[in-house]
Design a protein around this ligand. Structure first.
Ligand code: GLY
Length: 594
């Protein structure tokens, strides 16, 4: 567990930490980078300018939100290759336009999370006897879902053809793109990792050279990825088959099986995305459309929002920096993460009491436990965890994009390869990294995963099961119209970052830009620390929270949020979080003098 810090030492730690983290961008820089823009017609926010432009190009030629999301996602797989891509998986929440052929509901979720190979069961990692087998190397890889998921979305809900939506990504891979500050930050992170554990880089050399010039890349240098262009070209021509049965499948199978990994040709051939109902909740006049399991995101957001909402009648908070609000929100987060640890997993394999965990009665009960003056003495008083299951005690590799199009169709899409460059296994000849999503399972019972998350036996690996996620793509409706689309990258901080950005708009009335840029906090129950970003004007705040019993940890960012808000005048304010250097794009840009 990290050492707690006091008010006296926080300022020093915050300054030192800021200096250490090359990716931390101070408010002055944020303004310069222009992370927010307004559009009259359609907008997209991603964490890389080229991906937003790829999506906007589809919108400008008459494509819909799904066309834009798919084009942006394939482009992200090139320009943020360490965060997401065709070697990983994701979730897409779609709000369909009113004229979509009759359906039971206008909101759907495409679940294209990676699956456990048929040969992997609950004992797999215990028997391997390597505590890092689920993080690095061929055993860490889940069967990738991104290509199947994106092409399913395009075929069923898009309007443009594969070649058109893949063209910007192929161009970026072939012609190259400039390495930005975040790309260099990822390279430095990987260099430190490889210095520490050179044996873990065994299958990473081709990508280390291709994407990072073997550690010698500088900001502004051109990064080309011809092998990745070849993979995307095959997908454009032959569809998902190229990936799951054709030459790309052979290359994946080659590196996995030659090194004793579990993914078989059959695992790849049989991969299917799943279309499911979203989780629906309310916050005042708004309807929240969010991710059900295998993500914990939707249940956690509903619990956090529900607990906070129950105290808004009696308490008013000046703004999101009010220590009384931070205390309430942190306590709500602790309940949500306690229940995440105990209950959540893939509902196709285990019972998850979603209705109970999100019911009014249960949220009333959790809200009633809140003490405005103090944290609860007992960590097992959060959520409904059983101390007997004490094993449950306790961003870099993910990317989110948000889109709203001219017809009001909206997409919230979060994709991941888990950690930076995933398993560090390159697919020979095709220029991409395979995920290490298997680490999101409970791989060694009682041990936390790479994000420090404790998880129960419900989340043990089983053949075909999807590991528990924190990804929280969310669409907010008012009167059946999408008024806000949000989500984030950042492991468990996805949930807390997304929740704060949404509440900053819906409850505190912040502009989308202020809502995303202001500093954030995070609590995940265990470790029992309230983590603050370095931007806080901290000493007074720390004192007020310390008096309520909080211990503190430091964190360089609480999620990287991409948010679009439909303002009362109908314009779309789109924000790409400067924590990662993205920029939004769209159709009908509103200039300053309009
Ligand atoms: N791999 C991060 C998540 O899905 O939560």
């Amino acid at each position: 567990m990290r050492e707690s810090i006091s008010a006296a030492t926080f300022a020093f730690v915050a300054v030192a930490f800021t200096a250490l983290c090359g990716c931390q961008i101070q408010p002055a820089d944020r303004a310069i980078h222009g992370p927010a823009a307004q559009y009259t017609t359609a907008a997209i926010a991603t964490d890389h300018p080229l991906a937003s432009e790829a999506g906007a190009a589809m919108l400008a030629r008459g494509g819909n939100a799904v066309d834009a999301a798919v084009a942006a996602s394939f482009t992200l797989s090139v320009v943020r290759p360490y965060s997401c891509g065709i070697g990983g998986g994701g979730f897409m929440v779609i709000h369909l336009p009113p004229d979509e052929p009759e359906r039971d509901s206008r909101q759907i979720v495409i679940n294209y999370r990676e699956t456990a190979p048929a040969a992997v069961n609950g004992d797999y990692y215990v028997e391997l006897d390597d505590p890092e087998a689920s993080r690095f190397g061929v055993h860490a890889v889940g069967v990738p879902g991104t290509v199947a998921g994106l092409l399913h979305a395009l075929e069923h809900h898009g309007t443009l053809d594969r070649a058109t939506v893949l063209a910007p990504a192929i161009r970026a891979a072939r012609n190259g793109y400039r390495a930005d500050a975040h790309h260099i930050w990822a390279m430095n992170h990987l260099r430190d990792l490889l210095d520490e554990r050179s044996e873990r880089g065994e299958h990473f050399t081709p990508l280390w050279h291709q994407l990072f010039a073997a550690g010698n890349l500088e900001e502004g240098d051109l990064v080309r990825n011809g092998p990745k262009a070849a993979a995307l070209q095959l997908i454009a021509h032959h569809g998902a088959e190229a990936f799951y049965e054709g030459p790309i499948a052979d290359a994946i199978g080659g590196v996995i099986r030659a090194n004793g990994g579990a993914i078989s040709a059959d695992d790849l051939r049989s991969y299917e995305p799943e279309v499911i109902e979203p989780l629906r909740g309310r916050f005042g006049e708004y309807e929240l459309i969010s991710m059900p399991p295998p993500s914990s995101g939707g249940v956690a957001l509903q619990q956090i929002f529900g607990i906070i909402e129950r105290h808004l009648d009696t308490t008013t908070f000046a703004d999101p920096d009010d220590p009384a609000y931070i205390h309430l929100a942190a306590e709500a987060m602790k309940h949500a993460f306690a229940d995440r640890a105990e209950w959540l997993a893939d509902v196709n394999f285990v019972d998850v009491p979603i209705d109970r965990l999100t019911s009014s009665e249960y949220l009333d009960e959790l809200a009633a436990r809140f003490d405005p003056e103090a944290v609860l003495d007992d960590l097992y008083a959060y959520g409904s965890v059983t101390p007997a299951n004490a094993q449950n005690a306790a961003g870099g590799g993910t990317s989110h994009l948000s889109v709203i199009d001219a017809d009001g169709m909206a997409v919230a899409c979060t994709e991941t390869i888990n950690l930076i460059c995933g398993s560090l296994v390159s697919v020979p000849g095709f220029g991409f990294a395979l995920n290490n999503e298997m680490d999101d399972f409970t791989t060694i019972p009682g041990e936390p995963n790479a994000f420090g998350l404790r998880q129960s036996d419900r989340n043990l690996p089983e053949p075909g099961k999807r590991p528990l996620s924190s990804m929280s793509p969310t669409i907010v409706l008012r009167d059946d119209r999408a008024v806000l689309v949000a989500g984030a990258s950042g492991g468990p901080r996805i949930i807390t970052g997304t929740a704060q950005a949404i509440l900053n708009v819906l409850h505190f009335g912040n502009s989308a830009e202020d809502a995303v840029l202001r500093p954030r906090f995070h609590h995940q129950w265990m470790p029992n620390e309230l983590m603050l970003e370095p931007d806080w004007d901290a000493p007074e705040l720390i004192r007020a929270l310390e008096a309520r019993g909080h211990a503190f940890g430091e964190i360089h960012e609480v999620g990287v949020v991409q948010l679009i808000h439909r303002r009362p005048d109908g314009t779309l304010e789109a924000v790409s979080d400067p924590r990662k250097g993205g920029r939004p794009s769209g159709v009908g840009a509103v200039t300053a003098d309009q």
